[in-house]
Design a protein around this ligand. Sequence first.
Ligand code: PMP
Length: 375
Amino acid sequence: MAFGWIDEQAELRRRAGLVRTLRPRPADSPLLDLASNDYLGLARHPEVAEGAVRAARTWGAGATGSRLVTGTTELHAALERELAAFCGFEAALVFSSGYAANLAAVTALAPHGTLVVSDAGNHASLIDGCRLARGTTQVVAHADPEAVRKALATHDGPAVAVSDTVFSVDGDAAPLAALAAACREHGAGLVVDDAHGLGVLGEGGRGAPHAAGLAGADDVVATVTLSKSLGSQGGAVLGPARVVDHLVNAARTFIFDTGLAPAAAGSALAALTLLRREPQRAARAREVAADLYARLTALGLEAVRPHAAVVAVRAPSPEGAVRWAADCRAAGLSVGCFRPPSVPDGISRLRLTARADLSGDQIERAVRVIGETRP
Ligand code: PMP
């Protein structure tokens, strides 16, 4: 039977208790949300939602074509100018998702003959970028600039190192300054994915490259998503203008993809405007993360010290993590759950997001539920 092997895989997943299902979220969910990536609480902010409505009314519901044909509006250009200015880069290019932005950055900057040095903890979209790139990838130990230096030393020719700035599973940080130093020693480029840094790290949320003094450097490229702190949807690559021009001409996920929907561009731009006006939101998200971490570890739970707004709590097993998240849910708390195959064996986690708009009472309630339901 066609696709017969699918049933065998499904049966294995069922037996292991690891079936994934989609659960539609009601508009007025009663659950306390520590699962979404809405770090600054902007996805439902009236000004951000209004940015989407205004954009859709002016420019239409969809972009109507690829960016190089009809899919670039003045709104896309304005968003690109503002993203670059806010994060401190020369230029920016917007994509329909952060995933597409990462595929673009890695594939277009690592043609045949290029060595790509990739952190073992990188996000799936960077990994897929490496898989699609014509260059050769070498995966190196997690957050280890010395391993990057050694890998670069083995190669004669163009090279690029790629790393998340904040790793999506554990919320730990990449040693950006040391990575940049290793790259510079070897004349290599550095591509960093700041999906979890934008809006949370750096002055007023300008991101991890800005905080590390790397924004605007001619050998550093950053990718971001518009779908986390900015509460919208889409992604972008930030870097020197010559890199952005190159992506316009060479990145397949830019050239062959329909442009970002105007509503998404409009709400992202509104979110950036708000973030400039209310820079304290970034620091508050970090404060909530530190508070969550302190309270959870005080209960004897094992958590990873957070660097941004992601707080990872160790679970005893994949099944234990799934059950723990379900028990939290039954008690009114929505938390993320990471387990194989999303993460390697032995790394199952509850993944909590520290939203800037959580109140002290909500933080207390969340910690109580997590403690009471621990496996
Ligand atoms: N990079 C990282 C580190 C992420 O966590 C994500 C989102 N899960 C992405 C890239 C992809 O971004 P988007 O959701 O906008 O496609």
